[in-house]
Design a protein around this ligand. Sequence first.
Ligand code: AMP
Length: 552
Amino acid sequence: MTHATPLISMIVIGLALAFILGVVANRLRISPLVGYLLAGIVIGPHTPGFVGDAHLAGELAELGVILLMFGVGLHFSFKELLSVRAIAIPGALVQIAVATLLGMGLAKVLGWPVQAGLVFGLALSVASTVVLLRALQERHLLNSERGRIAVGWLIVEDLVMVLTLVLLPAVAPLFTSGEKVSLGSLAVEFAMTVAKVAVFVIVMLVVGRRVIPAILHYVAHTASRELFRLAVLTLSLGVAFAAAHVFDVSFALGAFFAGMILSESELSQRAAQETLPLRDAFAVLFFVSVGMLFNPWVLIDSPAPLLATIAIIIIGKSAAAFAIVRLFGHPNETAAMISASLAQIGEFSFILVGLGIALGLMPTEGRDLVLAGALISIMLNPVCFLLADRLMREPKPVTAQPPAPEPEMPRAPAAKPIILVGFGRVGSAVLSALNRDEADVTIIEEREEAMADLAGRPGITTIQGNAVEGDLLTQANIANAGWLLVTAPDAFEAGQIVAQAKTMNPAISVVARAHSDAEVEHLKHYGADHVIMGEREIADAMVHAMATTSHG
Ligand code: AMP
């Protein structure tokens, strides 16, 4: 039966196994990614039992890449992309050069010809879109400056790979049959590719910028929710498809531009929400598909070359990235975060080695090394982030006021120290209301930009980070605080924050924010003393407005 429905089997069995092993990984306190990759190995051709269709898995994973990049584009404006070009372009180019040279060095030791080394090195030089974006999303870093640099860097790598994939077949005969390849025809090929990318970008900026938001506006105002969803999917997938088939640009770049164009319109938030569930499901299938390609025998057959490959991916590339980012004057933390996010390889590497082998440029052993290197570097990626965090993490109070429990300055009696979690629309309104009372306030907020707004404000201590993580509440001196105001909108995160706070200081009074009755219940269950449901407050205010407006 399963043979007759390979697509359904692949999706159902792939997702179900990924779910089960993801839950197990989660219980063991390791990243669920490891579970997804193991699920892939289990349904891969090298282990007994059900064997999924690797080709289908790859295509499904590509849908994940498209939706992820579309989502990233939605948070990016063209201006922001341009603003990181000064570091992203040289950074990506130097890093690619370093990784390629290291790969060529290893290939030489293994006795492979130069061209094999070149393909191998290039394959090791480019990071996986999915892994990078997932890592940034998980850490809420996508909208920070570091996140933008990492995404800009990724886009440059993507462009270099597009060029490589086009030029490789053109130069291959030079190595395989010793034929002369005319420099002129190579230059034409190169110019054509660059021109196609340029035309695509121009078409998107000139035509797409008008047409795409117009279509969405039309649908949003006239049609159903279902049609809006369909419109978002059609636009993201359609632009990516056209980019790949008409302009020879990668799916990922096409989707990124489709999203970026929408980012200027107010509908982007809604569009992003619509693609979330599909995006997450397909991103999981991406990891399953990587696991399926892994050949465990390579661990036994060539452990030393594999170790060297992994060292290039994780240590060589990171060191190069770290040095460049520092050279451009960014702080250690930014450099460490960017190095960690690029210390892996993925989809482009597979495509590149596949092409290299098809063109007779490299031995199949190279593919096994790249695939195993990808799997292991993806598994180790959370560890790289952990190391980067550990190495670089210092408490980050922005103001001069120390966060350590110091003998407190006598203040106005009402001003029991207040901890405010989240400094967005709600948090900033709370602060401006509070300031009048001269309260002693510590703010925990994860967005760098919000922190910048606060720098230098007297009497306010700021701590940057996710309040759920680590010991931020301790840093905020929760033991001595009188109030905890949680304005973070996610009820699950807020629940954890409330629970942690109440464990550390049972006497603290907690006020939290909710969007539904269920969330109110949830937060109260975790110990919140007051829960304010925004929607109910709005409704009350509306009725109040009606009651107090007289129609003369
Ligand atoms: P708003 O919905 O405009 O009030 O914004 C909510 C703010 O809370 C945003 O600035 C978020 O960055 C911030 N935020 C959300 N979750 C957390 C968290 N777990 N820790 C710290 N800040 C958070």
